[in-house]
Write a protein that binds this ligand. Structure first.
Ligand code: F6P
Length: 556
């Protein structure tokens, strides 16, 4: 029996960690007092990122047991299998090769006997050529005007990656172009995105791996109608105002987009791992091909670190193991990601899909139900905004919430003392969480007894500090790859498939059943549960009321 086939909770290291946790009474204050070099020792650095993990509730013994757990779980073999192009996404029988998307020209990564790296670079070159045409104004719309607006239509990984990268790297973007991102089936999203745009200057990028996703295809159809309205139904306009990013050429052609304007990728790229494939086209249009390649280089540096570094100093492995320590041994269900960088405001939303669609699984690779918790809930907000909102609970609430702080040494906008204040805040938050403030300290400040307990910070609240010199395309690539491989580490140890997403299917199927029940003129015969039936009836009744009031001319 292979090491990772042994049930998780039966592994030697799991049992040792469980016993170690039972005995755990140590406060971070004591750990730091006992080891004055802890804050320098418990650090690691790679691909432009520095990780200080010293403010975690761990000792050297914890760490060595966690590394042992990774080894007993076959993490090394699983990493190698991914990089070799093996079909480790077993429920979909697919290789998992986002690492090939950032492999340098000349590298070789085989899938089904074929080196995929040349194909990757052929698409990157095609994207770069298109980006240069649009950015230089040589790509003309149907009426001969250059493109000024780019609207990406996609959802999930076909939206969150491009929009996060666009926002994160806005500093490097061409400000003469306007970018919008439409994802929601709610018509408001489309309506607001285009309300001030001239269709003659607008390019739509329809981004969808499958080119069947309800939201994306509905928004793409609406975009087509909006464009054709401007060009009085002249279908020839579509070729100049629509590009597609997809693995499904047939569906792209059927939609009416010229496949010469299609940018492909492959089934071995998962949606939530696709921002560095052609799905990143909108980001490339914004920042230009050279910066996009810089971002890919950052991803690749972190890939190489993950593939080769010993687990003890491997950033994604360390972060994955720490997440497991809290999730499985402290019963902590959540991790906050707190970037102290306004440009990273969409990073938490991006990471929600990356982490939770990947590791929100309750069945192992063998189909057995897990008897342990898997994927934690990732969430967050940029600092310092969060400090004035939910940090109260992190500091003084009853729950333990490990935090990942992310900060940069150099500001992109050096305005007065802003950046020093920002940095001081992130460092202060980590310090306050770890060390807190004792009752004695509070009393010594003359606080009356009745108020003192409210002012105590118990501390001992863990955090990671991720520091980089400056937010660049390279550091963004390294940072995203860090989280991708952190998720991989967790999934490998839990023995789950981090690359499928069957859990999104049922709701989609039920929605398809309910759409005609809401829209039909004849009263449908409903066969749902009593709550769903009642809600559908209520929606129909109130919708009909609005419609009849509208036809009577009383609705704005
Ligand atoms: O419904 C979930 C999902 O399949 C995600 O995994 C994916 O990123 C998103 O939908 C969009 O899918 P597509 O790119 O095929 O439109």
């Amino acid at each position: 029996m292979e090491a990772n086939q042994k049930p998780f909770t039966q592994r030697r290291a799991w049992k040792a960690l469980a016993a170690h946790r039972q005995d755990w009474k140590t406060h971070l204050r004591d750990l730091f007092a006992a080891d004055p070099k802890r804050g320098e020792r418990m650090t690691a650095e790679a691909a432009g990122l520095f990780l200080d993990y010293s403010k975690n509730c761990i000792t050297d013994e914890t760490l060595s047991l966690l590394v042992q757990l990774a080894e007993e779980s076959g993490l090394r073999a699983r990493i190698d299998a991914m990089f070799r192009g093996e079909k480790i996404n077993s429920t979909e029988n697919r290789a998992v090769l986002h690492v090939a998307l950032r492999a340098p020209r000349g590298a070789s990564i085989m899938v089904d006997g074929e080196n995929v790296v040349p194909q990757v670079h052929a698409v990157l070159d095609q994207m770069a050529d298109f980006a240069r045409q649009v950015r230089s104004g040589s790509w003309k719309g149907h009426s001969g005007k250059p493109i000024k607006n780019v609207v990406n239509i996609g959802i999930g990984g076909s939206d969150l990656g491009p929009v996060m990268a666009y926002e994160a790297l806005k500093y490097y973007s061409d400000r003469s172009l306007t970018f919008r991102f439409v994802s929601n089936i709610d018509g408001t999203d489309f309506a607001e995105a285009v309300q001030d745009l001239d269709a003659a200057e607008t390019l739509f990028i329809v981004s969808s791996k499958t080119f069947t996703t309800l939201e994306t295809m509905t928004n793409a159809g609406t975009a087509r109608d909006w464009l054709l309205q401007r060009f009085k139904g002249d279908e020839k306009a579509v070729a100049k105002h629509f590009a597609a990013v997809s693995t499904n050429a047939a569906a792209v052609a059927e939609f009416g987009i010229d496949t010469a304007n299609m940018f492909g990728f492959w089934d071995w790229v998962g949606g939530r791992y696709s921002m560095d494939s052609a799905i990143g086209l909108a980001a490339m249009l914004a920042i230009g091909p050279d910066h996009f390649r810089g971002m890919l280089n950052g991803f690749h540096q972190m890939d190489e670190h993950f593939r080769t570094a010993p687990f003890e100093c491997n950033l994604p492995v360390l972060m994955g193991l720490l997440a497991i320590w809290y999730n499985n041994f402290f019963g902590v269900p959540t991790i906050a990601v707190l970037p102290y960088e306004q440009y990273l405001k969409r990073l938490p939303a991006y990471l929600q899909q990356l982490t939770m669609e990947s590791n929100g699984k309750r069945v192992t690779l063998d189909g057995a139900e897990t008897d342990y918790q898997t994927g934690p809930i990732y969430w967050g907000e940029p600092g310092t905004n969060g400090q004035h909102s939910f940090y109260q609970l992190i500091h003084q609430g009853t729950r333990l919430i490990p935090c990942d702080f992310i900060a940069f040494i150099d500001p992109l906008h050096p305005l007065g003392r802003h950046h020093d204040m920002l940095l001081a805040n992130v460092l202060a938050q980590a310090e306050a969480l770890a060390f807190g403030k004792t009752l004695e300290q509070v009393r010594s400040e003359g606080v009356p007894d009745w108020l003192a307990p409210h002012k105590v910070f118990e501390g001992n609240r863990p955090s990671n500090m991720i520091l980089a010199q400056r937010l660049t395309p390279e550091t963004l690539g390294s940072l995203v790859a860090l989280y991708e491989h952190c998720v991989f580490t967790q999934g490998a140890i839990w023995n789950i498939d981090s690359f499928d997403q069957w859990g999104v299917e049922l709701g989609k199927v039920l929605a398809q059943r309910i759409i005609p029940e809401l829209e039909s003129e004849a009263t449908p015969s409903l066969r749902h549960d009593s709550s769903t039936n009642h809600l559908i009836q209520r929606c129909r009744r109130l919708k009909a009321k609005t419609e009849s009031a509208g036809s009577a001319g009383s609705v704005r």
